[in-house]
Design a protein around this ligand. Structure first.
Ligand SMILES: Cc1cc2nc3c(=O)[nH]c(=O)nc-3n(C[C@H](O)[C@H](O)[C@H](O)COP(=O)(O)O)c2cc1C
Length: 344
């Protein structure tokens, strides 16, 4: 299988592999730089990125802003490759955080979980590229129509299918009953939609397919469907370079198909995660509100998502997001090995 370079505007990744952003703290500068050094695109997660800063509990916004700067700087020190940042559009202070990453000259902002409508305004006048994440051609059309009002198009589109990890852009019942459209079919639809804009505006908008990519065969199937890039996240968790605690990585190694569940996240969206005692407990008292999501009322939710994710990344019992099909993930490996296996 011959794979082409992945071109996003004036950025060229020698290999078309993108490491998906993983919050909280699972993909920071360590993992992102390692993937970028292999010629792919590494993604730092911007979700509550300041969790290791001393003032995170008292002033999370300042801590997050500072950590955006320091993680980008660390990634640049470790790699000359392409570094992206991922932000959830539904997060509190989303615009503030994206602007900070743009000021720090991040190469690419990838953004989903809500409609990332504000991106053209936030990157205006900079070289930062933008890639919205969608799970349907319908969402892609809405986003593009809104970008065109700012005379802008996305530089790439990430198409995330139903096998991805973390929050999912599908209905709960469709996920549980296995009735979602397959990733390759969504890729085909989005590709068709983009081709009309590509013709009209004489540009190329690459499609990056994400969700459940585990093997070379998955890549060749998605390539045939029209994908230009291939985003993997779960495969990069049990690597030496991944920024999460060893316990997080070993939760992946020990997971089976039965222990990976579709859950209703406290943010209201379905999500995929490894079953842990934290999740099994159902209702947990909330000691501290991190004010991460607008409209979240700690009295009405079963547990705090920030607390669950922070516990997990630091090695305590918590919320371990993961993609589907972890059966063949059974040892700690390296970023190089993961990429070699995927593209040979
Ligand atoms: C631990 C974990 C955390 C994730 N966190 C985020 C996130 O904060 N924002 C986001 O847009 N996607 C997030 N994702 C989705 C990934 O970026 C990626 O698109 C998806 O998981 C790809 O599927 P795969 O894990 O099967 O390779 C997360 C995935 C995992 C496994």
């Amino acid at each position: 299988m011959k794979l082409n370079e992945l071109r996003i505007g004036n950025l060229t990744a020698k290999i078309p592999i993108v490491q998906g952003g993983m919050g909280i703290g699972v993909s920071l500068s360590g993992l992102a730089a390692a993937v970028a050094n292999e010629g792919g695109i590494g993604t730092i997660s911007g979700v509550q990125i300041g969790f290791r800063e001393p003032d995170f509990l008292t002033d999370p916004v300042s801590a997050n802003l500072r950590a955006i700067g320091s993680e980008i700087k660390k990634a640049r020190e470790k790699s000359k490759g392409i570094i992206a940042m991922n932000f959830m559009a539904a997060m509190n202070n989303y615009e503030l955080y994206v602007k900070k990453a743009v000021e720090e000259k991040i190469d690419l902002i990838v953004s989903g979980a809500g409609l990332p409508i504000a991106l053209p305004k936030l990157v205006k006048g900079s070289n930062t590229k933008i890639a919205p994440i969608v799970s349907s051609a319908k969402a892609a059309r809405i986003i593009i129509k809104s970008y065109l009002k700012s005379e802008r198009l996305p530089d790439a589109v990430v198409v995330e299918g139903p096998l991805a990890g973390g929050h999912l852009g599908f209905k709960m019942n469709e996920l549980l009953e296995d009735k979602c459209m397959k990733l390759k079919d969504i890729v085909k639809e989005v590709k068709l939609l983009l081709s009309s804009y590509e013709k009209e505006y004489n540009v190329r908008i690459p499609v990056i397919a994400a969700g459940g990519i585990r093997t070379k065969d998955d890549i060749s199937e998605l390539k045939e469907a029209g994908a230009d890039g291939f985003q993997a996240a779960s495969l990069f968790v049990p690597t030496v370079e991944c920024d999460a605690h060893y316990n997080f990585k070993s939760a992946y190694i020990n997971a089976t198909d039965e222990s990976v569940k579709i859950i209703k996240s406290p943010v209201g969206m379905p999500a995929r995660a490894v079953q842990t005692n934290f999740l099994a407990a159902g209702k947990l008292s909330i000691k501290k509100c991190y004010k991460c999501m607008p409209g979240c009322n700690p009295k009405e939710i079963p547990y705090c998502i920030s607390e669950g994710l922070l516990n997990a990344v630091e090695g305590r019992d918590g919320l371990v997001f993961s993609g589907a099909n972890l059966n063949n993930i059974n040892k700690i490996t390296t970023v190089k090995e993961v990429i070699n296996k995927l593209i040979g």
